[in-house]
Design a protein around this ligand. Structure first.
Ligand SMILES: Cc1ncc(COP(=O)(O)O)c(C=O)c1O
Length: 351
């Protein structure tokens, strides 16, 4: 089993710019914290096994029936359940690489074969190659859009053209954990049009990023057909989503203005970070997410740069742990954190 590359530094205390895990730098709203705390008074009971209020809130927001919405203990939970439900020895799962570090677990846990398709020269998905790798053995395709760790997105027109090439019995999960931050994808309703066309498509999303609830673990999937939701529910324990997490997620959905504000601020900071990195003469991908992805020059060792940043109180992710050496993935943080990162990187590269 591949070991998930966990971020270090959670023990380092407050004076650290934690830019390693693509979290949201904004804390949950007081109303959201209050909703979660309120749920604790009923903690002697199991949570609602139908997750009805959250399912209903998502169904209302996205205009799809509640029975086509899968929920999970983070979207990772849904991903792993999809692997368990759909894969077995002899089957194949196809995805680009580097992409989200959890994807290799699906094949490893099920005995299926993982087909990893290299990204193109701009560190984007090469959907043409991904489609070429689909065979009679393929059960599942994973498309990370925007892609973690490289931050790039492919257009929905390209996804549409890709879906036309995929047989309808192959499940395609479009992992949209960062879609809210994407200018390429437009608004968060845009990809729902594809669900109407392709029953084998699943849009995987999370409350861990723009909604700022990473520690509570709530993910969801908007499914083109009900059978995906039934499949992932069948392989999991009944109570995978705790009551505080459910309550917080329902409340968070009621504050979309705040979500918009966060997105606007994050995109502005991201552009400033990209400029700062380019100003140092480095290549940086065109980001559609709440993090950036840069390549380091041949003249420096990735480990030295990561260590140098860490010694200056800045934690980032080394590309080697994410599938591509001599790269860094850096989360967009607060203005102060971003400046600290840019200054520290300049100092480290100056030697
Ligand atoms: C692309 C992608 N998908 C899914 C997830 C899982 O998020 P969670 O399990 O917190 O919902 C992450 C987390 O970093 C991610 O980067």
């Amino acid at each position: 089993m591949p070991v998930y590359p966990l971020a270090a530094g959670y023990d380092l205390g407050a004076d650290v710019a934690m830019l390693a895990s693509n979290e949201c730098c904004f804390a949950p709203l007081p109303e959201v914290v209050e909703a979660a705390a309120g749920a604790l008074t009923g903690a002697h009971r199991y949570p609602d096994p139908a997750y009805a209020p959250l399912r209903r809130a998502l169904a209302d927001r996205y205009g799809i029936p509640p029975q086509r919405i899968a929920l999970g203990n983070g979207s990772c939970d849904i991903l792993l359940a999809a692997g368990e439900a759909l894969l077995e020895p002899g089957a194949e799962v196809v995805y680009a690489w580097p992409a989200f570090s959890v994807y290799p677990h699906l094949a490893a846990a099920s005995g299926a074969r993982a087909i990893q398709v290299p990204l193109d020269d701009e560190d984007r998905h090469d959907l043409d190659q991904v489609a070429t790798e689909v065979t009679v053995a393929t059960r599942l395709v994973l498309i990370c859009n925007p892609n973690n760790p490289t931050s790039t997105a492919v257009s929905l027109d390209a996804i549409d053209a890709f879906m036309r090439r995929i047989p309808s019995h192959v499940a395609v999960i479009l992992d949209e954990a960062y879609c809210e931050f994407s200018l390429t994808l437009g608004d968060t309703y845009a990809s729902l049009d594809l669900l109407r066309k392709y029953p084998n498509l699943v849009l995987l999303r999370t409350f861990s990023k723009v909604y700022g609830l990473a520690a509570l673990r709530v993910g969801y999937a908007l499914c083109g057909a009900e059978d995906f939701r039934i499949a992932v529910d069948q392989v999991r324990q009944p109570f995978y989503l705790n009551a505080a997490a459910q309550a917080a997620a329902v409340e968070a959905l009621a504050h979309q203005d705040e979500v918009e504000r966060r997105v606007t601020e994050t995109i502005a900071s991201r552009l400033a970070m990209e400029d700062a990195v380019r100003g140092l003469g480095l290549w940086v991908a065109q980001s559609d997410a709440n993090f950036i992805w840069l390549h380091l020059p041949e003249t420096v060792e990735e480990a030295d740069v990561v260590a140098g940043l860490r010694s200056r109180g800045v934690l980032v992710r080394a590309g080697v742990a994410l599938g591509r050496e001599r790269s860094l993935r850096v989360t967009v943080g607060t203005d102060a954190e971003n400046e600290r990162f840019a200054d520290a990187l300049a100092a480290v590269l100056a030697g």
